[in-house]
Write a protein that binds this ligand. Structure first.
Ligand SMILES: Nc1nc2c(ncn2[C@@H]2O[C@H](COP(=O)(O)OP(=O)(O)O)[C@@H](O)[C@H]2O)c(=O)[nH]1
Ligand SMILES: [Mg+2]
Length: 299
């Protein structure tokens, strides 16, 4: 094996994903969510923008294509040397499904060489089309292959799940699981529980009582972890919220990662709930946000 072969191997570790879809679908919002862990409002993309993510030793170039009519002719050229295609559609914008189908058809011959993931975005909205409806409206059955996942680039709903599938298709290996808490609770800054979600009934009974009483204690101390009944409970504070997650000791070792996951959620909630600054927490909204975001944490 020569030097050039080795170089080729290193280079071939780079993967290129091209994100296409009509303007306003949410493509740029997804890229920034993947980078920052939260929602940021964007101006329309001119031409294309490229970011590189380093994921478990694989460099992934995400090419975010402008979706306006003038830029659509650029999609083909980018897809030519890509390993993966994303087509994003605004699931709430039924009036533009036909236009989306036309644009998807234009690139369908290229999609015979590389896998396609259709992301049905804006699934935080009430009046979104069902997945079945989107498959039909976009004529996806006519393609050689596709996968479709409902997501929200505003709340983070299913974003990691979608990316996990993409990563697997792209590399043939599974993305390491980051965090699998048994339960997650968000409190206001006074320690009053606002919303809980759990994979089992762990929050019934003694454990929940212990968490809520501990969170009051943790005001006074710097304690941020508690061991109880074979679980580790991690606490975190942000400006206007507090959060706790319950992790099974037998399953989970890397507590730093768990803490980081909780931190990211709290940052996201601070960003999405500016009204908490004035002590006006909307519990329904918060519950919804936590539910949507937890699709990435609790499976
Ligand atoms: N409600 C909601 N709005 C979104 C979502 N994703 C993007 N948006 C909004 O949709 C608009 C277009 O987003 P943008 O990322 O610029 O779309 P692009 O043209 O495909 O890059 C912006 O106002 C975003 O804030 C989402 O999941 N839910
Ligand atoms: Mg854009």
């Amino acid at each position: 094996m020569g030097i050039r072969d080795i170089l080729k191997r290193i280079v071939s570790k780079d993967k290129k994903i091209v994100i296409t879809g009509l303007d306003n679908a949410g493509k740029t919002t997804m890229v920034s969510f993947l980078q920052t862990g939260t929602f940021i409002e964007h101006t329309p993309t001119m031409g294309k923008e490229q970011v590189t993510l380093e994921v478990q030793g694989v460099r992934i170039d995400l090419v975010d294509m402008g979706g306006q009519r003038d830029f659509r002719s650029m999609w083909q050229g980018e897809l030519d040397d890509a390993q993966f295609a994303i087509f994003m559609v605004d699931a709430a914008d039924r009036a533009r499904f036909k236009e989306a189908k036309t644009e998807l058809n234009k690139i369908s011959s290229l999609l015979q060489k590389i896998p396609l993931m259709v992301l049905a975005n804006k699934y935080d909205k009430k009046d979104v089309a069902s997945i079945k409806e989107i498959i039909e409206a976009l004529g996806l059955q006519e393609l050689s292959s596709f996968e479709i996942v409902p997501i929200s680039c505003k709340t983070g709903y299913n974003i990691v799940k979608a990316f996990r599938k993409i990563y697997y298709k792209l590399t043939g290996s599974q993305l390491k699981k980051r965090l699998q808490p048994k339960a997650l609770t968000i409190f206001d800054k006074g320690g009053v529980p606002l919303t809980s979600t759990s994979s089992e009934d762990v929050l019934k009974g003694g454990l929940f009582a212990a968490i809520t009483s501990f969170i009051k204690e943790s005001f006074k101390s710097e304690l941020s972890q508690l061991k109880l009944e074979g679980n580790t409970i991690i606490f975190k504070k942000s400006k206007n919220f507090m959060g706790s997650i319950v992790i099974d000791d037998s399953e989970y070792k890397n507590l730093d990662e768990a803490e980081q996951g909780l931190d990211e959620l709290l940052c996201h909630l601070e960003n999405m709930c500016p009204e908490a600054e004035e002590d006006k927490i909307d519990e329904e909204k918060l519950k919804f946000l936590v539910e949507q975001y937890s699709t990435n944490l609790i499976e």
